[in-house]
Design a protein around this ligand. Structure first.
Ligand code: FRU
Length: 517
């Protein structure tokens, strides 16, 4: 008996010591914490195990909630849960216990969350309105049995700031009519038609549904069968109300896998109108616009319930690609999110594009800022030393008569990631073909190409973290997000031209602090 009590006590101690909420509490003074090889230092990653898409992003009472596709038992994809973290600023994160677990209706796939301020759902009270999560159930048994109806939409509610959740007893709220890929609901309040509007992916298009109460949904319309890219299945849509020159525009984000411009997973968007029923594209349906031309920005969606005083459209993507996500060389955990980005519409070179800028809150991570000397860029490379592993680099370049400008990030092991800008074709090439650890997948290598969406002098803002490079050109008009597993930090930047001369008008490299220690 005594032994049993001692064992119980010991088991309890081990449980407490290992329970995720204990392990993950911030701030953490342990220097080993989040310090493994390749562990992102200023990007969100789970403490351990598998993560994919951001889910349920909603702001409430000073907290940005981030839920995410999570499998707590392995570092590869498996039965999906919603992991959970909160942040005061989208930059520093605190891990919280898992929010949603699989149940008899299935795994919990991607979805969104809203603040039901008027308690339209009746799942809270007038005094304490609920957060409502809207997600996809994926019934594995149904899939294995060969049915087409294994994905349905369900909801859950929380009246304690997302800490605990109760699944709705009337689930699923949208049953499946026989479409195999039927998932990833994003819900918004559509003020003009005074209803909740859900957009979700259904095979090669999206479906819009409307509801007065988040529980009863009716079909509104389909969109996209003839629009944009169709090299793979459509996933994780979002519908954004935005502004261009004082006019309302609706932007539809649609992730697609495979079929991205540089292979595998990517996110396209459409700009047009949404009248409470139907989305109409302002542009040629055949045209495809991409939010990012790198390989590692997928399934990104925006925060809901951002305060009116903050008019930003705030976005976060999963910084990986289904081509190799499950085999990247990290073991304790897998995957990170991109840096948070503010989206806006801008007219550029006679077109309208969705611009992504790193959020201003990232400035809080800035540490030592070093100026990079203005200089002529010639065919002889100039070497700029990079004095930190975590950096924000800015470069303003006058093109001169250069043909191609080359920017290489290097370390002492001759590992390298490079960005080339070709002035004549106004396009970029990005290569990580000699960037360090690449052996885990054939699909990780291959030169990436990207149009540059603005002409003229080139402005670059580049974020280097341990295992990623995010390039924002011309104030976020062209973006290239990539994972890079260099086995040592890049400690120098080489800038040169292939022919002719350009000028570095100004530049800086600013060291950034880790968000985890
Ligand atoms: C996108 C996705 C979603 C799905 C989830 C499953 O990466 O395939 O369509 O809901 O991942 O984890």
């Amino acid at each position: 008996m005594k032994r049993a009590i001692v064992l119980l006590f010991l088991a309890g101690f081990v449980f407490l010591a290992c329970s995720p909420s204990k392990l993950n509490e911030a701030p953490n003074t342990n220097s080993d914490y989040y310090n493994e090889e390749y562990r992102p230092q200023f990007h969100f990653s789970p403490d351990s195990m598998w993560m994919n898409d951001p889910n349920g992003m909603v702001y409430l009472d000073g907290e940005y909630h981030l839920f995410y596709q999570y499998y707590p038992d392995s570092n590869v994809w498996g039965p999906m849960h919603w992991g959970h973290a909160v942040s005061p600023d989208m930059v520093k994160w605190q891990h919280l216990p898992i929010a949603l677990f699989p149940d008899e209706l299935g795994y919990i796939f991607s979805g969104s969350a809203v603040y039901d301020k008027e308690n339209t759902s009746g799942l809270g009270t007038k005094e304490n309105p609920p957060l409502v999560a809207i997600y996809t159930y994926h019934d594995m048994a149904g899939e294995k049995a060969g049915t087409n109806t294994y994905q349905t939409q369900g909801i859950a509610s929380s009246t304690d700031q997302g800490r605990t959740w109760k699944k709705y007893e009337g689930n699923p709220v949208i049953p499946n009519p026989g479409i195999r890929d039927f998932r990833d609901p994003k819900v918004i309040w559509h003020e003009e038609s005074k209803q909740w509007v859900m957009v979700f992916a259904a095979a090669n298009q999206v479906k819009f549904y409307g509801s007065p109460d988040l529980k009863n949904w009716s079909f509104l319309s389909d969109y996209g069968i003839e629009s944009g890219a169709h090299g793979g299945v459509w996933e994780c849509p979002d519908l954004l109300k935005m502004e261009l020159n004082g006019e309302t525009k609706w932007v539809l984000l649609v992730s697609i896998n495979p079929g991205a411009p540089n292979g595998g997973s990517g996110t396209q968007y459409f700009i047009g109108d949404f009248d409470g029923k139907t989305f109409t594209n302002d542009y040629d349906e055949a045209l495809t616009k991409w939010i990012d031309f790198g390989r590692d920005n997928y399934a990104g969606v925006t925060w809901s319930n951002v305060p009116k005083s903050d008019s930003r459209t705030l976005f976060l993507g999963w910084m990986s690609n289904w081509d190799y996500a499950t085999v990247v060389p990290t073991y304790k955990w897998r995957s990170a999110m991109t840096v948070p980005r503010a989206l806006s519409l801008e007219e550029v070179e006679g077109d309208v594009i969705l611009v992504s800028k790193p959020v201003a809150e990232l400035v809080t991570l800035e540490n030592i800022k070093r100026a990079i000397e203005p200089q002529t860029i010639t065919t002889e490379f100039s070497e700029i030393s990079l004095d930190d592993e975590l950096l924000k680099i800015t470069l303003e370049i006058e093109l001169g008569d250069a043909e191609r400008i080359l920017i290489q990030f290097k370390n002492d092991k001759d590992e390298m990631a490079e960005l080339a800008y070709n002035i004549k074709s106004n396009s970029f090439l990005f290569s990580r073909d000699q960037s360090g650890d690449m052996a885990f997948s054939d699909k990780f290598v291959g030169v990436q190409s990207s149009p540059r969406l603005q002409k003229g002098n080139l402005g670059l803002e580049i974020y280097l973290d341990r295992s990623s490079i995010e390039i924002f050109a011309d104030g976020g008009k062209t973006n290239i997000t990539n994972l890079v597993f260099s086995t040592e930090p890049f400690n120098s930047m080489h800038i040169s031209t292939s022919k002719g001369q350009a000028k570095l008008i100004s530049g800086s490299s600013t060291s950034l602090k880790s968000i985890w220690r």
